[in-house]
Design a protein around this ligand. Structure first.
Ligand code: FAD
Length: 316
């Protein structure tokens, strides 16, 4: 089982670092090698950061930057020939899922997307992913190698660094006619919030009595330098906040350092979207609210008393 070779790629620099860290944890320390791909258009320091995150080898590819998953998959196919990986890790972003599918199809490899845990075992690659609307975890084994695994954003592991500088390799991208071109990126009518990238989130649920009271939550969020999130009923039913604030199974998945849930019951469909938060604070008047089972700090009481007091204390 030693001698694993993992090739990691994501178009999102931070997620690429997470993939490298996960790869180091998913494979035997003895004899395994983690390779990272830096494709055209990546930030100038991407290679250096991947090395610090634990990549043994960084492959920097020169060429034209594309948003086309086909062109990305063609470049990765070239690296697969050069590296002969036993496992390919991509991030399960919209583009990453397409790239994973294309690679797996073109090379006839097993693939899994939306993966929340991955481990190389003697009889294959063991992956976990959500099932039954987030109520269960499905454990699956990819029995043939190499395998393509797309990791759900927010799945992280601590860095393992050997202190040695990563080996650097240079490549040129194959000439590929893209199948799709991005012609425009237009701000959405409902807002431009990218809550999945927020470091701190204050989420409000149906504990809030009326739309005007959102000002209380916005003040707390400002004091914490946080973005405001919400449960589905507040966006989809009440329309008090736009869809880009909505967190959960059918909304956005967040993985902030701090998640403050205010008047949120903790339905499983909501928990799926915030489970990867590092520190969770819950404020709820019901001591038996399920959200408390997810919380590191539990505040039982009326949000109309607690939120202003907290905001005042933070501002003072
Ligand atoms: C297919 C499907 C997909 C779904 N997807 C999502 C999703 O993506 N995201 C999502 O959020 N939901 C989703 N839902 C809905 C989900 O099941 C819950 O209904 C929803 O999350 C509940 O929202 P809530 O916590 O705001 O409201 P509630 O469940 O009504 O909870 C309100 C909470 O506020 C507390 N409270 C009330 N007053 C106060 C007060 N004064 N002070 C403090 N606490 C107070 C109550 O004790 C209660 O715990 C989905 C449902 C289905 C069926």
């Amino acid at each position: 089982m030693s001698g694993e070779v993992v090739l990691c790629y994501s178009e999102e620099p931070e997620l690429a670092l997470d993939l490298v860290r996960l790869a180091r944890h998913a494979t035997p320390a003895d004899g395994s090698r983690v390779h990272a791909a830096v494709l055209p258009g990546a930030p100038a320091d991407a290679g250096e950061r991947l090395g610090k995150a634990g990549a043994h080898v960084v492959h920097t590819v020169a060429g034209t930057a594309h948003t086309d998953p086909h062109a990305t998959a063609e470049t990765l196919k070239m690296l697969v020939s050069a590296v002969s990986p036993t496992l390919l890790l991509v991030a399960s972003t919209k583009r990453g899922r397409e790239v994973a599918g294309r690679l797996a199809g073109a090379l006839d490899l097993p693939a899994a997307t939306g993966v929340t845990a991955v481990r190389v075992e003697p009889d294959g690659v063991r992956v976990e992913r959500e099932a039954l609307s987030g109520n269960a975890v499905a454990v699956e084994r990819l029995v043939r190698r190499p395998a393509v695994v797309a990791i759900l954003p927010g799945t992280t592991a601590p860095s393992i660094s050997d202190g040695a500088a990563a080996e650097q390799k240079a490549h040129t991208a194959p000439t590929t006619a893209p199948l799709t071109e991005r012609t425009e990126v237009r701000p959405k009518a409902g807002g431009q919030l990218e809550i999945e990238k927020a470091d701190r989130v204050v989420t409000i649920g149906r504990g809030l009595k009326k739309k005007e009271d959102l000002a209380l939550i916005e003040s707390l969020a400002t004091a914490l330098k946080a973005e405001v999130g919400c449960t589905r009923p507040l966006a989809a039913e009440a329309g008090w906040l736009t869809d880009d604030h909505w967190i959960g199974l059918t909304g956005h998945r967040v993985h902030p350092k701090l998640y403050v849930a205010v008047g949120v019951s903790g339905a499983v469909q909501h928990l799926v979207g915030m489970r990867s938060s590092k520190l969770v604070v819950a404020i709820n008047k019901d001591p038996n609210a399920p959200i408390f089972a997810q919380a590191d700090y539990r505040i039982v009481g009326d949000l109309y008393q607690i939120v202003p007091a907290l905001t005042k204390a933070l501002a003072g």
